[in-house]
Design a protein around this ligand. Structure first.
Ligand code: ADP
Ligand code: MG
Length: 459
């Protein structure tokens, strides 16, 4: 270790402390050791390659900037792994087959095994199947969830649920957990992918990777929320891959949620993409008007309140794409009414919720505008958008237009269906087939992107 490197690094650290929040500093910077300065390169030591990768991907530019300021010149940074002996002696993740046994050759997922850390399940008591309102937008995801809850490891494994923010993924995955717990004394583990990451990092720091592995591989039911968080986290993906294989091999149920389908998570290893697609991939769409209204009614019942029907309808009409916002609006309106003892008029509700309403409505993006742009793109007549003709040169533009309406407006499935002279089921079918094709056909995907631009510019 060179004393010059130590001195420079101490100054860099003082500078970094003022730039990076304390938690991040403690977790990612404080663990670095200065090793050497070789000409223009500061060599820094970390205890394993995961740290190296993480620092290179996330903090290198901060460190380089701080170095430039402290040293008064451009410096390169190089990391080197200086593993303490104990960490080096830990085995790499085992192969799926050998991972099914512990050191004594016994399956290590037997419940109540001595010395095994119990997994904390943090399930929210409100997120149960009974309080989940079913509609066309989530019927498929709900049915698949029920199937795995009732027959863990036998229906689909894994179950992968994707959908936009605030559409009920966490609610559903936790409902599965609650249900499973009422059926049999299973070892159910629910956690967000971010918590899994934190646990993993802690286990690296405490050199307790073996316990980490045992803990997750001994679950009967592993529910991981928001796995898009795995994006570009190579070491965690590697760990998760082996856990996945192990649990899958022993028919333990896994459920994952994500904000997008597996093949659209950037920086996710191909072998994980394919494993996530092994079982059932299902999605939740933004709810239609009727479902939004039903959710509001169900929530107000749970909150033991009663708002006038026209207020509920105004909320359901105005807030379309996020159920969390819908709930937020309901709470805000109720709170106001309770404190002010004022009758709730529609004008009052509108002014109370202006910020929420504005964000959710895109007044210029209309179904008709989309139909017009898509027809122009494919060089078909506007009338073909609503015709019954099924030939491919008309059917494809129509499907694409329905897909665009679903993704670019907040109109409900029945509303879109009506604009095309079709049922909501046809719209859903079109959405799925276009969506699936985007996933497997890169040229088609590019075409869709061009159409999107055209629609945007015509707005
Ligand atoms: P996500 O995980 O997809 O971001 P959440 O599961 O956290 O969304 O849902 C946001 C809020 O909306 C939660 O309070 C949840 O209870 C509620 N919610 C979502 N979908 C439904 C539904 N179908 N029925 C009842 N409540 C729902
Ligand atoms: Mg969630």
């Amino acid at each position: 270790m060179s004393s010059k490197a130590i001195a420079v690094w101490a100054d860099v650290c003082s500078h970094l402390k003022t730039r990076i929040n304390a938690d991040v500093y403690a977790r990612w910077i404080d663990i670095i050791e200065a090793v050497d300065i070789e000409e223009d390169t500061l060599v820094l030591g970390v205890s394993n390659d995961f740290y190296q990768l993480w620092l290179e991907q996330n903090y290198l530019s901060y460190i380089r900037d701080a170095c430039r300021i402290v040293a008064g010149r451009e410096m390169q940074i190089r990391f080197t792994v200086k593993a303490p002996k104990a960490a080096r002696s830990e085995p790499r993740p085992e192969s799926p087959k050998s991972a099914a046994k512990n050191e004594n050759g016994a399956p290590h997922r037997a419940r109540g095994q001595s010395g095994q850390k119990k997994i904390e399940s943090t399930l929210d008591s409100r997120y149960v199947f009974e309080s989940f309102v079913i509609g066309p937008s989530n019927r498929f995801a709900h049915a698949s969830s029920m199937a795995v809850a009732q027959a863990p490891g036998r229906a689909y494994n894994p179950l992968f649920i994707y959908g936009g923010a605030g559409l009920g993924k966490t609610h559903l995955v936790q409902a599965i957990g609650h249900y499973a717990l009422t059926q049999s004394p299973l070892n159910v583990c629910y956690l967000s992918c971010e918590s899994l990451m934190n646990d993993y990092v802690d286990s690296l720091q405490k050199q307790s990777l073996i316990q980490f592995r045992k803990k997750y591989r001994s679950t009967d039911f592993l529910l991981i929320d928001d796995v898009h968080f795995l994006s570009n986290k190579g070491a965690l993906q590697e760990e998760f891959f082996h856990t996945f294989n192990d649990l899958h091999l022993s028919r333990k149920q896994m459920v994952m949620t994500s904000d997008r389908p597996p093949n659209e998570i950037s920086g996710l290893a191909e072998r994980l993409v394919s494993r996530f697609e092994w079982g059932q991939v299902t999605y939740i769409l933004p709810p239609d008007y009727e479902t939004r209204l039903a959710i509001l009614k169900s929530k107000q019942k749970a909150m033991n309140i009663s708002l006038p029907q026209d207020v509920l309808e105004l909320l359901a009409t105005s807030i379309k794409s996020n159920i969390r916002s819908l709930e937020g609006a309901l709470t805000r309106v109720t709170g106001y009414a309770a404190h002010m003892h004022a009758p709730l008029t529609l004008d009052l509700v509108e002014s109370l919720l202006r910020d929420l309403l504005d964000k959710n409505v895109q007044p210029h993006m209309t179904v008709e505008g989309i139909q017009r742009s898509v027809a122009a793109f494919f060089d078909v007549r506007m009338a073909d958008m609503t015709s019954k003709c099924r030939t491919q040169n008309v059917a494809l533009p129509r499907q694409v237009a329905m897909y665009m309406c679903r993704t670019m407006t907040s109109s409900s499935l029945p509303e879109i269906g009506a604009a095309f002279g079709k049922t909501h089921a046809t719209v859903l079918y079109s959405f799925r087939s276009v969506h699936d094709r985007i996933g497997r056909d890169s040229q088609f995907k590019q075409m869709i992107a061009r159409i999107e631009k055209k629609i945007e510019s015509a707005k």
